[in-house]
Design a protein around this ligand. Structure first.
Ligand code: FAD
Ligand code: SF4
Length: 508
């Protein structure tokens, strides 16, 4: 019998018992729900977001941030230095992400085996990487869909002889509306919402919306209780409490929220919440004399990969990567470091600007903790190597845009750095990443509950079980001991399906 989607803010959600309770319906949770339901297990998924598809994704910045992002888009590190972005919807980050598909590179898997002793897992992941591509209906972006802004970045890279690629994505029938980061009204993105969730529903899994898990009780007992607060229909206020009893609990709330839930529950060892990686991204803006209209078409299709290292001996994925990107007027306006007349002047040039994100893989540099209110706190101290690579990435990005004919390149920091010629590149020495001076973004949080065979070295065993519990698992990027990829959706699908298959095998 098919499962159902229940909105707890509108229909009564009662205490109940299930075999498997999953927290979070994003890339990790939806994949696990599909695998376990298809194997005949009784699955209930708790999701604190709402379900929005098609026309309900209105392309309006403020309303969509409110509806689709965790903490209404306002989650950040404690010092406000880095915006920590995470989806909050049925389908999780798959609803608001840029649809880039980048599997875990071989070099990273070799690093995890050599450095962290995860060989038992990494040797099995090959077919799961392939399966993730099939699950995402992934394909290479067609040349006809590479817009002018992406072509300009590519032209600059080619002029300099640098390596780059048109990326893979998980879109089908994309109309090029350009608002991927606030949801696709054409439902073109083939993420969990349109693949794993329908499959899980067909196999009998049930999903409950506006249901926030706040505590797991009895983590060492045969039956665990997930204490859950029902939210109002806007998702702003908690208004009731329900208890879900389950034999197995899978947490897949994304790296920050998964650690938050375990910490609120007092579950797991001293590694819980540690080793956080945010993989910070710094925007770069280029102004051209001619119209670019970067807001038309797929925002992110070309990446400069010249400076990316996939097998760094100490860190695995390292170096940096430069990807074209474009935001809605609201996103761009909020990132430009100008006040007064200069702000509107720059926005008047909106159709003449192209932008890039400088993606910088990081070593573990932060931690997640929980305030007495239960709210999450994210602390992060950028290591000196991050600043060095950020400066190198800015110089490289600026060179590429200048080679493509940009009039000027703006590093949107306070005070702004403006580069009009190669001679201006020395201005980049002034770049520091002091809190509240640089619009650093994190979309790829990882590592708060690292996998390790021994509880001495990490929070999860190689089957994703929280060390010290008898049936509490985490199936998302929390387990990654170093950056899995420049983009985390595909790695999470890969690892979640592998872990779910292992769990199915252990239950039969
Ligand atoms: C703006 C943006 C752009 C991105 N672009 C790309 C891209 O192009 N390619 C790529 O590979 N990756 C991209 N990512 C990253 C990718 O989307 C995420 O890594 C991925 O979605 C994480 O999957 P997950 O299952 O761990 O968590 P999520 O997909 O975030 O899902 C977790 C779900 O759990 C819910 N939840 C959290 N806490 C609770 C709780 N206590 N109770 C109930 N529910 C809870 C949340 O509401 C959420 O829906 C992007 C991310 C962002 C934010
Ligand atoms: S660019 Fe394509 S995938 Fe993105 S919002 Fe527009 S139609 Fe949807």
């Amino acid at each position: 019998m098919s499962g159902a989607i229940l909105d707890a803010s509108r229909a009564a959600l009662l205490d109940r018992s299930v075999e498997i309770c999953i927290v979070g319906s994003g890339c990790g949770g939806a994949t696990a729900a599909q695998v376990l339901a298809e194997a005949g297990h009784e699955v209930l998924v708790l999701e604190e977001g709402s379900d929005r598809t098609g026309r309900a994704l209105t392309q309006r910045d403020a309303a969509m941030y409110d509806a689709l992002y965790m903490d209404r888009g306002g989650r950040a590190t404690d010092d406000l230095a880095i915006s920590v972005m995470q989806g909050r919807a049925l389908g999780g980050g798959g609803v608001i992400n840029a649809a880039d598909v980048v599997p875990i590179p071989d070099g990273v898997l070799a690093h995890w085996e050599r450095r962290f002793g995860l060989g038992e897992m990494t040797r099995a992941l090959g077919p799961y990487r392939e399966r993730a591509l099939a699950d995402l209906r992934a394909s290479r972006i067609d040349e006809s869909q590479v817009n002018e802004a992406n072509r300009l970045l590519r032209a600059g890279a080619q002029a300099l002889g640098w390596r780059g690629e048109v990326m893979m994505h998980n879109r089908r029938n994309c109309g090029g509306l350009g608002t991927c980061l606030i949801g696709c009204p054409l439902d073109a993105k083939q993420g969990p919402r349109f693949v794993a969730i329908p499959a899980a529903l067909s196999a009998g899994a049930n999903f409950v919306l506006r249901a926030r898990a706040v505590r797991i009780e009895g983590a060492t007992q045969a039956t665990k209780t997930v204490v859950c607060r029902v939210l109002d229909s806007a998702g702003h206020h908690e208004q009731g409490e329900v208890r879900i009893r389950a034999q197995h609990v899978i947490v897949a709330a994304s790296a920050v929220s998964s650690a938050q839930l375990l910490l609120r529950s007092g579950v797991g060892n001293e590694h819980v919440g540690q080793h956080l990686m945010l993989q910070p991204q710094l925007p770069l803006v280029a102004r051209f004399a001619q119209p670019v209209r970067a807001f038309r078409g797929i925002p992110q299709s070309f990446a400069i990969t010249e400076f990316e290292q996939e097998a760094h001996p100490e860190h695995g994925l390292w170096g940096f990567r430069i990807e074209a990107v474009m935001g809605t007027p609201g996103i761009v306006g909020s990132l430009l470091p100008f006040v007064g007349a200069k702000g509107p002047q720059m926005m008047a040039e909106y159709d003449h600007i192209a932008a890039a994100l400088l993606l910088i893989p990081d070593a573990p540099s932060g931690r997640v903790s929980v305030l007495p209110s239960g709210r999450v706190r994210v602390d992060y101290t950028a290591r000196p190597d991050l600043l060095e690579r950020a400066r190198a990435a800015v110089r490289a990005g600026a060179k590429a845009y200048l080679a493509a004919g940009a009039v000027e390149v703006l590093v949107p920091v306070v005070p702004p750095i403006v580069i009009r010629s190669l001679a201006d590149l020395e201005e980049v020495d002034a770049l520091d990443l002091r809190p509240a001076t640089a619009p650093l973004l994190s979309a790829h949080q990882q590592g708060t509950l690292r996998f390790a065979a021994s509880p001495r070295d990490g929070a999860l065993d190689l089957g994703g079980r929280v060390h010290g519990t008898t049936g509490v698992y985490v199936f998302d990027s929390s387990g990654f001991p170093s950056s899995a990829s420049s983009h985390t959706m595909t790695p999470i699908l890969t690892v979640s399906r592998y872990l779910a298959d292992r769990l199915v095998a252990s239950l039969t």
